[in-house]
Design a binder for this molecule. Structure first.
Ligand code: SME
Length: 157
């Protein structure tokens, strides 16, 4: 496995297209979950420079902070709470164009303006979520949802 990430320029779609095979190569053959989550968060941060990108893992009745890149974050989120807890409860990707308009949003950083949360499933159960925060309002769209869902589908839990 190469330990250099080739970051790319171009449209968002082009950036994901270049990044995805590299992420798959990074996690291919590595069975340790935390190592893979850590490298995925780092690769996404390196390519896109988002404010915060990382994982929360379902542990019993809560989401607990996992590997991430960015400022320190809240460690535990209950089911249904915040954007992460809502994505967990509904088992669906949630795009929030303006976090201030999302009732119950948990502000880990006052710099966060928009957010996308992608649930990760095993045997049809949500086992984790991928959370991404941007300092720019209305930053995430279906392109992000589509590619981030493809990335998390490759993670072996
Ligand atoms: N904003 C999230 C909390 C996690 S942080 O953004 C890292 C939420 O409302 O669930």
């Amino acid at each position: 496995m190469s330990e250099n990430l080739e970051t790319s320029i171009g449209t968002k779609k082009e950036q994901y297209e270049s990044l995805l095979p590299q992420i798959f190569a990074l996690i291919d053959g590595e069975i340790d979950l935390i190592a893979n989550l850590a490298n995925i968060a780092a690769a996404l941060k390196q390519q896109f420079g988002w404010l915060w990108v990382g994982f929360y893992l379902v542990k019993e009745y809560e989401l607990v902070l996992g590997p991430f890149q960015g400022p320190i974050a809240c460690t535990r989120i209950k089911k249904g709470k915040g954007v992460c807890g809502a994505a967990w409860q509904n088992a669906q990707t949630l795009i929030v164009p303006d976090v201030e308009k999302f009732a119950g949003h948990i502000a880990c950083s006052s710099l966060s303006k928009s957010e996308i949360v992608v649930p990760i499933k095993k045997n049809n159960e949500v086992v984790a979520v991928l959370d991404v925060d941007s300092e720019t309002i209305n930053f995430f769209d279906d392109v992000d949802a589509n590619y981030l869902e493809k990335i998390v589908a490759e993670i072996v839990f």
